[in-house]
Design a binder for this molecule. Structure first.
Ligand SMILES: C[S@@+](CC[C@H](N)C(=O)[O-])C[C@H]1O[C@@H](n2cnc3c(N)ncnc32)[C@H](O)[C@@H]1O
Length: 268
């Protein structure tokens, strides 16, 4: 019934009006309701990997409880804190106290509408949604993005974007060689091509860009790819001994099977 209604609204509304309607629906049905009933309902994530205070902190999050970060990301059209992905519940716990800091935040995957490209957001998607969300949440931050689709690169107040194909190690090297990237990043998010080879390729060329205390995140890992990450984890843990690794499965009954994160914190 809801899907039929969504299809109908997509046809009759402009993309902007469609998003406003979707946001209002979510705000009433999920955001407001959960803020109250989360006192009674606990949904902690399943966290695996080597033990660390980082993993313990993630384990302590109630992923049912919506946060301001969920609201702002959703308002900009990002899917990080909405129905199927509730990553912002965890991001709030990790980064919520840093919102007035001049962080350097990078997200791979700007959000193309081009249906011929892999991991497209579809015609109604809003390119740059998460980048704008990060900037609104962290007003002193410098926010960077990159994508394989050159047509959606843009610059805005506090936001700069670059070309990158995460399957191409030369393109990844060129990305980090940009003058703007000097000094490393506090948060790196891979929300680009959602495949194990793509994620592993970007991680190999990018993990060292994380500053001490910073966090690297791979979003939307499918349940299938999670098997690959589990198999590979020991190798990563011994190669990157100054990082804490956590594989995080968020419970979300409506999610089709990719509500999973790889989270990596640089200790030193
Ligand atoms: C799900 S969308 C990103 C959404 C965006 N992060 C947001 O939350 O607003 C995935 C993006 O990954 C990009 N992408 C696909 N393959 C890629 C590749 N090989 N390298 C870099 N980006 C890629 C697509 O063009 C698309 O824009």
């Amino acid at each position: 019934m809801i899907r039929v209604l969504q299809k109908l609204l997509k046809r009759v509304l402009s993309p902007a009006a469609f998003w406003r309607t979707k946001y209002c629906w979510w705000y009433i049905r999920v955001y407001t309701l959960r803020r109250f009933i989360a006192i009674f309902i606990q949904r902690p994530p399943a966290v695996s990997g080597p033990s660390s205070d980082f993993a313990d902190k993630i384990r302590g999050v109630n992923t049912f409880a919506t946060t301001e970060m969920c609201r702002v990301m959703t308002q900009f059209g990002s899917d990080k804190g909405r129905f199927n992905h509730n990553y912002t519940t965890i991001y709030s716990a990790l980064f919520g106290s840093l919102r007035d800091q001049p962080l350097r935040i990078f997200e791979l995957g700007i959000g193309t509408n081009n249906l011929n490209l892999a991991s497209s957001m579809g015609a109604m998607g809003r390119p740059g949604a998460s980048l704008r969300g990060w900037r609104a949440l962290f007003p002193k931050a410098q926010v960077f993005g990159a994508d394989i689709d050159r047509d959606i690169l843009f610059a805005d107040d506090g936001i700069r974007t670059f070309y990158c194909d995460q399957l191409d190690s030369n393109a990844i090297r060129d990305l980090w060689a940009q003058a703007a990237m000097e000094g490393g990043l506090d948060i790196i998010v891979d929300d680009g091509l959602h495949s194990f080879p793509g994620n592993a390729s970007f991680l190999a060329g990018s993990l060292e860009q994380v500053r001490a205390g910073g966090v690297y995140i791979v979003e939307d890992i499918t349940d299938g790819d999670l098997v690959e990450w589990r198999r590979a984890l020991d190798g990563y843990v011994s190669k990157y001994s100054n990082f804490d690794f956590a594989i995080v499965q968020l419970p979300a009954p409506s999610n089709p099977g990719d509500n999973n994160l790889l989270m990596i914190r640089r200790r030193s």
